[in-house]
Design a protein around this ligand. Structure first.
Ligand SMILES: *Cc1c(COP(=O)(O)O)cnc(C)c1O
Length: 393
């Protein structure tokens, strides 16, 4: 072999005795075949086989298999974002003339996708009350193909009656999907409750360090897995094995991270109830949380994200009050090591339900800083929120 060839042909080295605890990062576009016949027959390797780097490498497959086991499913596909975890399900199930039901509290870009992408292509959608339960039956039409859920709802924390919705959908032969990002498969397993598609924004707790964008969709029915893989192949999307390696690393510590932030968030939620600026705390451990009974029945615990509805008198001082924060960062996409807080106004976004509160909602994500520093921040923030508005405002 001459030098120019040596530059591109890697020598085989021994793997003997190399036993590492980490998953190797296998990067690839080209996959080579042992002979021409194997290449010709590559499509018979099926969606689990290796044919092209875009469709997965052993690194991707390891992450898929680990999530499949946690979700108690049969297969998982990895997609480039949590939002893609929603849209790839919708694109795999829905054809022109079909209808999908989404909750009023869905991650907002989900509704944006229905309104601005699906609707112009002849796919209808209806927004429903997340607490409808078995009443979803009355909203299912002959052309309904999918009932989407997100439990708890984004920002307002409604815990849905997933088993009742699944039963009503199944009775009509309609598929169901659930965005399970808040709970992760450690706290809730949608597939075990009969849901067909469990979607996770791995960008949040699985990644866990605010440096990764990724999503997953897990299923029990291998036929649905094939439909998801077909959609991804036709659109031409996949996920980098380097990113999958980060997700695999994040997953290893997710249990302790989630346990810690769940305990601290529960403690904070209970203390915040009594502060003067608080109207209501939306945390599943409190009976005032919408769907609290569903959470108690179906979930194994709490993650670190919850919301506080402020008294409307705090509205004029919010922006100034945020200036007191020393440890909390202000930003979206929770689930990392840093604690986050953002003010949210959702009233105008609700169409199937009537949100009565005029006060701003604080969305809080507890991270891994010392809880004493975090509580000092929250106390200062809530004191500033409760301060009387200076005269002349
Ligand atoms: C963040 C989030 C998503 C979207 O995840 P990205 O990776 O940011 O696209 C979807 N659903 C829920 C519930 C989320 O919180």
């Amino acid at each position: 072999m001459r030098d120019l060839s040596r530059c591109v042909v890697h020598p085989a080295v021994s793997h003997e005795g190399f036993a590492s605890l980490s998953v190797p990062t296998y990067r690839a576009s080209t996959i080579v075949f042992e002979d021409a016949q194997a290449y010709t027959n590559r499509k018979y390797r099926g969606p689990d086989g290796y044919t092209y780097g875009l469709h997965g490498t052993p690194t991707t497959r390891t992450l898929e298999a680990q999530l499949t086991a946690l979700e108690q499913g049969e297969r998982t596909v990895i997609v480039p974002s949590g939002q893609a975890g929603i849209t790839i399900v919708f694109l795999s199930v829905l054809l022109p003339g079909d209808h999908v039901l989404i909750p009023d509290t869905a991650y907002p870009p989900c509704r944006g996708f229905c309104e601005n992408y699906l609707k112009p292509r002849g796919i209808e959608y209806t927004v429903y009350d997340p607490l409808v339960g078995g009443g979803i039956a009355a909203l299912i039409r002959d052309n309904t193909r999918l009932v989407w859920m997100e439990s708890p709802g984004s920002t307002t924390m409604e815990f849905q009656d997933v088993p009742a919705i699944v039963a009503a959908a199944k009775a009509r032969g309609v598929l169901t999907g659930c965005d399970n990002t808040w709970a992760t498969p450690l706290l809730f397993k949608p597939l075990a409750h009969g849901v067909d598609f469990s979607s996770e924004a791995l960008s949040k707790y699985v990644g866990g360090h605010s440096d990764l964008l990724m999503g997953s969709i897990s299923v029990r029915d291998v036929a649905l897995f094939r439909r998801l893989k077909d959609t991804m192949r036709m659109i031409g999307i996949g996920v980098s094995p380097d990113d999958c390696a980060l997700a695999l690393r994040g997953l290893e510590t997710m249990g302790v991270r989630l346990g810690h932030v769940g305990r601290v968030a529960t403690e904070f939620a209970q203390r915040l109830v009594d502060l003067p600026a608080t109207e209501r705390v939306l945390h599943p451990s409190l009976p005032t949380c919408p769907g609290h009974e569903n959470w108690k029945r179906d979930f194994a615990g709490c993650s670190g994200v919850f919301s506080v509805v402020l008294r409307p008198e705090a509205n004029p001082v919010i922006e100034e009050a945020f200036g007191v924060l020393k440890t909390f960062a202000i930003g979206a996409s929770w689930g990392g090591t840093r604690s986050l807080v953002v003010p949210m106004a959702i009233k105008a976004d609700r169409v199937a339900t009537d949100w009565k509160d005029e006060g701003t909602i604080l969305r809080i994500s507890v991270g891994l800083e010392d809880p004493a520093d975090l509580w000092a921040d929250l106390e200062a923030l809530f004191a500033a929120l409760a301060a009387p508005v200076p005269a002349g405002r």
